[in-house]
Design a binder for this molecule. Sequence first.
Ligand SMILES: *Cc1c(COP(=O)(O)O)cnc(C)c1O
Length: 379
Amino acid sequence: MGFSTDCIHAGQEPEPVTGAVTYPIFQTSTYVQPELGKHKGFEYARTKNPTRSVLEANLAALERGKHAHCFASGMSATDTVFRMLKSGDHVVAGENMYGGSFRLFNKVCEKFGLQFTYVDTACVEKVRAALRPNTKIVFLETPTNPMMTVTDIAACAEVAHKNDSLVVVDNTFCSPWLQQPLELGADIVVHSTTKFLNGHSDSVGGVVITNDDAIAEQIGFLQNAVGAILSPMDSWLILRGVKTLAVRMKQHEENGRAMADYLSRQPKALKVYYPGLPDHPQHELAKRQMRGFGAMISFELGSLANAKKFLDRVRLCSLGESLGGVETLISHPETMTHASVPLDTRTRLGITPGLVRISVGIEDVEDLIADVEQAFAAV
Ligand SMILES: *Cc1c(COP(=O)(O)O)cnc(C)c1O
């Protein structure tokens, strides 16, 4: 089936008892067993919940994967993947990624003896050079948050697999509508469903998706053992959100391109980072690897004072963390999402005091541009 059809139907048969077309919220902690040693596939709701199972089947289909496991947040999804490793294992990760992922690796995983090497994964040679015999995971985010650097997933998978390392891709910025990493050779995809997948800024969640039966079994074991599961209510909200993923993404894409085009002609935006612009260093790769360029754009205003003037002045665009919702969100990576990244790393990557990131929503793009334009007047 096509992607839009899968958004609405994959994994979702009408509910068998009543025929309810919208799969219900099974708000229960346990299930009655008809006799000792027999159950209907559900024993306890940490292990399995029907609403969550339906969402998991749906998200697996969208990423062209066989198995999905949903978690209480994007961070708990990533954390669970790293719990497959043991002390002494090594990981190669991107030097620019979501600040929370870096904090998890640097402040939590390292305490348990995992080792990390951070490289610019846009350069496959640097990934290859960082691999060690004990490298178990190559962790990629593409495009990166907030610098929008694009990594060649297929090329990284090839070098990683020669080293028996797994490739994990955080696909949150793209959603499966824009990019399907499993099809490009990745072993595991993680998402913060909080962003484009749910799309309505009313739920926090995460998912781990794979085609590999053995990996899925380990993730399922850890999901039950560690327990950071997604609630039935959130599972239902995300199922509802995903139904419109394809139409939302089309509009995000159209608005993202129009906003990037406007910003590239606005002289007060000193630099614009968007893979859809022809001067983006990985524009050709993005064209090959992604179905579009998305709705995430960063731009440089030159100073904290300028960024503050701009951010204090926007009205329709909301100043806030997060991204991927129907409403346009603007943030200041240096002090918000990437505050946990050390200053020297931030400076080297370009996460400067003047950098602003915009997640372009699906409002009328003329209104968005008018709002941004009047905020530029304050700069
Ligand atoms: C938001 C985000 C996360 C973390 O997800 P939560 O649901 O907030 O825990 C991870 N990766 C990326 C790229 C994100 O944008």
